[in-house]
Write a protein that binds this ligand. Structure first.
Ligand SMILES: [Fe+2]
Ligand SMILES: [Fe+2]
Length: 157
């Protein structure tokens, strides 16, 4: 099917690569004994700013695909996004409070778990997307998705 639109599944997948890179940096910080709180705070906020934009696109795309009869567990995806946000807020709260001991405690437990959850979440999404070929998606669904204007992050350009 000729389509001038960039494959949105490909956009999501490429953004996953960026998130995975971010996440492994964050992961390293959680295990580092001499973590710099300022660096961590900056990095953490950066990661989640990106992740939030990504999740918005993802929910729009997955919802449209799911409506079109494609096998995407949209409710599960949304639930996991909420779950990730909850954990993120716990870490963010400690970061904003600025107490170093507390931040380190939260890092080893909450943040480490957050990293694991994001990794598992991405893996599940990739698995679902691997079953869908954009050039085989029906015309109605493609038209609906085109209207959503899912654009790649500037970091991909
Ligand atoms: Fe997601
Ligand atoms: Fe994702």
């Amino acid at each position: 099917m000729p389509c001038e639109m960039v494959d949105p599944i490909e956009i999501i997948k490429k953004e996953h690569q960026i998130i995975q890179k971010y996440i492994s940096e964050l992961d390293e910080m959680t295990y580092s004994v001499s973590v710099n709180v300022r660096d961590l705070s900056f990095m953490f906020k950066e990661v989640f700013r990106f992740l939030e934009q990504h999740e918005k696109k993802e929910e729009l795309l997955f919802e449209a695909l799911s409506d079109g009869g494609y096998e995407i567990a949209i409710e599960q995806v949304k639930f996991e996004h909420g779950d990730i946000k909850e954990k993120r807020d716990i870490v963010l709260k400690a970061i904003n409070k600025g107490d170093e001991g507390e931040i380190k405690g939260v890092l080893h437990i909450e943040c480490a778990e957050l990293v694991d959850r994001i990794k598992a979440h991405i893996l599940a999404e990739e698995g679902a997307m691997d079953k869908i070929r954009w050039d085989k998606v029906d015309k109605d669904t493609v038209e609906k998705i085109e209207l959503l204007q899912i654009v790649p992050s500037r970091k991909l350009l």
